[in-house]
Design a protein around this ligand. Structure first.
Ligand code: CP
Ligand code: NVA
Length: 323
């Protein structure tokens, strides 16, 4: 794998990466399904698309993407809708009240219907099983726009952001503080593919999935698990947190707020990381819970760069899978 390196300020990537055929008609359900070369390719393509958006204005001319949402969204919806439009394609938005995935209609029938009309499906679902089943019965690419187990588009956008800010990814240390959740799983898989070390601090009982950690370690991932946030962040290049209560876990909110309190990312914890450490969050943030205003609004925070890069990385994913 070629080492990813950022270009000097102001210089744009001179050429698009050579097309990687293995991604055409591929699903993106989990980052575990991508090999390092494919992750590297998506990051390179995203950088080229970001630098030369007009070159890609007709890349998906006439293509269509169904956006299937079982849960709310700001970033994922806006960036997929805008991204498809900027590539010459169109989207059909199907909100939480419309499809009744697995309730009004079996997941496999939803997949078999959509496949007859559209060129791709982006799905945000409660159960990871649903997005896996959509992929199994769909003959067009299925993109996971967040499930209870993974959020691959988020993690890819985050690595693009880290690459831009830090200049290179291999050898960086990313500290995760909070819940061992969907975003954590995708970062763990992605980090293993990019040579990024991960230190994960969670309360006991909220560790990331054991098999995800074991898979990533088998693939060369350097992942340390701890219950001590101070230990996780010491000397890290970036400190990442997410909500303590994910969508679908609302009934556990008050218990979680109590248990996760020592895992708040505040100025005291950021001091342990050091003044050069970045602060990251996938958003939406619950200000005053997992992160203080002082940290999320500080110069160390790159959360809105992460949000912007969802657009660019997803355009790369769409071009790679649908064209
Ligand atoms: N980070 C993210 O996926 O945001 P939304 O839930 O608003 O789409
Ligand atoms: N872990 C959060 C991420 C939101 C983008 C959730 O699943 O609600």
């Amino acid at each position: 794998m070629r080492k990813l390196r950022i270009l000097p300020a102001g210089e744009k990537p001179s050429a698009a990466p050579a097309r990687l055929a293995s991604l055409t008609h591929h699903h993106l359900v989990s980052l575990h399904d991508l090999v390092p070369q494919e992750v590297d390719y998506l990051l390179r393509l995203a950088r080229h698309i970001k630098a030369f958006p007009s070159h890609y204005r007709t890349a998906l001319d006439g293509r269509s993407l169904a956006l299937l949402f079982e849960k709310p969204s700001l970033r994922t919806r806006v960036t997929f809708e805008l991204g498809m439009g900027q590539l010459g394609g169109q989207v059909i938005y199907l909100g939480p009240q419309e499809v009744g995935l697995g309730k009004r209609e079996a997941v496999k029938d939803v997949a078999r219907n959509l496949t007859r009309w559209v060129d791709g499906v982006m799905a945000r679902v409660f159960s990871h099983q649903s997005v896996m089943e959509l992929a199994e019965y769909s003959s067009v690419p299925v993109i996971n726009g967040l499930s209870d187990f993974e959020h691959p588009c988020q993690a890819l956008g985050d690595f693009l952001t880290l690459l831009e800010v830090k200049g290179a990814l291999a050898g960086l240390t990313l500290a995760w503080v909070g819940d061992g959740n969907n975003v954590a799983h995708s970062l763990i898989y992605g980090a293993a593919r990019l040579g990024v070390k991960m230190r994960v601090a969670t309360p006991p009982g909220y560790e990331p999935d054991r098999s995800a950690v074991a898979d990533a370690r088998r693939e060369g991932g350097d992942i340390q698990l701890t219950h001590d946030p101070g230990e996780a962040v010491a000397g890290a290049d970036a400190v990442y947190t997410d909500v303590w209560t994910s969508m679908g876990q609302e009934e556990e909110a008050s218990t979680r707020e109590r248990i996760f309190q020592p895992y708040q990312v505040n100025a005291q914890l950021m001091r342990k990381a050091g003044s050069r450490a970045l602060f990251m969050h996938c958003l939406p943030a619950h200000r005053g819970l997992e992160v203080t205003n002082e940290v999320i609004d500080s110069p160390q925070s790159i959360v809105y760069d992460q949000a912007e890069n969802r657009l660019h990385i997803q355009k790369a994913i769409l071009v790679a899978l649908l064209s």
